[in-house]
Design a protein. Structure first.
Lengths: 412, 412
């Protein structure tokens, strides 16, 4: 008799974004006029054209596949050297981070990697997760049995939640109890907050003291506009001993539909077996990828490489400027109606406090019905997200302007 | 203190193909002349140009991404309807299989899917694996703790091995003990064998009787040339209740570097929770994919769809004819030197018995040193593969002809 993984039964009704899609579909099928007016600021999905540099490189790579003398079949499961070296040289070297190309693993998405990384860690780890948080961190821990059941607020037993609130600038205090794996994401999704060098240094110090590992999601690094904000956990001294970093081209080069990301596992990073012996983590992740992954599509890796050409860099910068311009418009609209607003400066997300007493899914429904705008309810990101909502700046300028107008004209 | 998944320490020294790559690299770095003569018939990687239909569609999709009005970001995690529907209509309907488009999940590789599928099954399952077998099935079960340690032959405690030998035509007898998940692959990798309707029907009957699930890998279906050979497990009555099928464009359309595959999970398929209750498997796989995967690159999905256009079908047929032509040459060469040969008729692999008493890694080294040809040692596929080797027909015609010549001129 085949048995299921019963941890799946602990999962709440739907992964956040499918649940949003369901509500939107129900609303728009009942209301064609509103459907035509609908503006999506929910899921953080890019909207603008893929950079020409990436398209040209991708098409050239497709042409290479059309000639048997330049054809490429299976690539290295860890990614092609041309891309790993580009990242070491163009991303990490300029930050002064000592990251070798073979510490960089190319994948088809940070969502996949942040889930799959749990494959190489054992069941005994105590997991610390910021709250609110990108739901994938929580759900993948539920799926592999690191949690108990969820309570009414959606919080799971067994996880150590680290509340992120205005009072701590959305950077959590160090936990009082011991934890083993710690998820941090800065610039933060969903709050748009950043962490300072001092704050990250404190976390690195804590991780080293406790032989814990920080799983650092830097997917939104490209949106940092202010000086003095760390762009990588590896800018922090000692992080090579205690951190894995996840990055993606999704929000950097508009690759959400193209699929390419990367994960850095330093060779210095160690973790324990049950007998307390220390082992390198790098060979386990490499083995995991060799066995359960077959590398990223060759034309896609060429497209990613092209983002570091002079033309590519210019186009990426233009994309970021565009989305951050939207963020400014949306921030200002929320401020104009006296909402309390966070983020949107070094991140493509605006995190907004609901008017007193309003719940975040109710706010979602109000935005959908009154303004025909899709936002993301804060509660979907965790219990501490209740009473907040997220607006995504990924949109056309016209849609951002229209959304800003509708926010100003809603009844507050 | 972060803890590792110690199951990884049970894995043997290297996943088969990296180990082959290591030996080849050592040999060729010592011997430049032989390196220049080297012919690779080891890993089953395609060599011929990607079909023009796929390239044209892929480039057109890249162009779509270059215009914001036709841009696509995140696609459905389960795949675009255009491709799921093409597969239901072009692959399953002609076989008389009742498979709905939303039972077909698009992914970036069957290797990934056959590993990832274990995510949704619990730790209590008893696993049956043919021997020899594609190593990924074994290694992914080791990684998630379904096995004990390996013995000297590389067999893991806790797995139920089903020996596949000439005496049973490489289709295993039904197990005498109860098993819960059963891996079958036909046309078979590595033996090139096929199973008959009667044989698969017996397995489906067994699975239904035991509420077991068959994980059926049909990655080589396109190579079936003989009439009366089943192309899908779903051609067998009752299979919708007890089987998941994995398929890929890798060997079908030459997509090993492009990355696209699909997995069929029928909505009728049920499995148990520990309390004996029965649950549908489909929602769990859908949830797994929604949470841990972000869909296949849009241009790649368009390329896959194009393989079902009239031009695409013609090009795929030509590719298969080409590789099977190589298989014939290689088969005949082995037969000419009085080796015992299997496969190569409905599959791109030839499975050859080593001369009496010769071990398969020794045969690998002999081929490498004497003929400068890379083959795959049978023992890399499991204990029952000892004393055999696999030759891949994925090559240029010139290389296949030269390999055939070298086989004839080796000392046997």
């Amino acid at each position: 008799m085949a048995y299921l993984n019963e941890n799946y039964f602990k999962l709440k009704a739907g992964y956040l974004f499918p649940e949003i899609a369901r509500r939107v579909a129900t609303f728009t099928s009942d209301n064609k006029e509103a459907a035509a007016r609908l503006i999506r600021c929910g899921i953080g999905d890019v909207t603008e054209a893929l950079p020409a540099a990436a398209r040209t490189a991708m098409k050239a790579a497709v042409d290479e596949l059309g000639d048997r003398t330049t054809f490429r079949g299976y690539g290295p499961e860890q990614g092609y050297s041309f891309l790993r070296e580009a990242l070491a040289n163009e991303v990490y070297a300029p930050l002064g981070c000592d990251i070798a190309h073979d510490e960089i693993f190319i994948s088809d998405g940070s969502k996949c990697d942040t889930g799959n990384i749990l494959d190489i860690f054992g069941p005994k780890n105590r997991i610390a997760i910021t709250d609110p948080v990108y739901p994938v961190y929580v759900d993948t821990n539920v799926m592999c049995g690191h949690t108990g059941e969820a309570d009414d607020t959606g919080s799971y037993g067994g996880l150590v939640y680290l509340p992120c609130l205005p009072s701590n600038g959305f950077v959590p205090a160090l936990p009082l109890e011991k934890v083993d794996l710690i998820y941090l994401c800065y610039p933060n999704n969903p709050t748009g907050a950043t962490a300072t060098y001092e704050q990250l240094s404190a976390w690195v110090h804590f991780a080293r003291e406790n032989q814990a590992i920080i799983l650092f999601d830097a997917a939104y690094e490209a949106y940092i506009t202010e000086p003095g904000v760390p762009r990588s956990i590896f800018e922090i001294e000692g992080a090579r001993d205690c951190a894995i970093e996840f990055r993606s081209f999704s929000k950097h080069g508009g690759f959400t539909g193209v699929r390419c990301a990367y994960t850095v596992v330093p060779k210095d990073l160690m973790a324990s077996s049950a007998d307390g012996k220390r082992h390198r983590v790098h060979p386990l992740w490499s083995r995991r990828q060799s066995t359960k992954f077959n590398g990223v599509s060759y034309p896609v890796q060429r497209a990613a490489q092209a983002l570091f050409s002079p033309e590519g860099k210019k186009e990426v910068a233009d994309l970021i400027t565009h989305y951050l311009g939207n963020a400014t418009l949306l921030r200002e609209a929320c401020l104009a109606v006296d909402l309390q607003v966070f983020g949107g400066v070094n991140a493509p997300y605006i995190w907004v406090k609901c008017p007193d007493g309003v719940k975040s899914w109710d706010m979602f429904d109000r935005f959908l019905h009154e303004a025909n705008v899709v936002i993301t309810p804060g509660a979907g990101f965790g219990a501490a997200g209740e009473g907040y909502f997220r607006i995504s700046a990924f949109n056309s300028r016209a849609n951002a302007e229209e959304t800003a107008r509708r926010i100003r004209s809603m009844k507050w």
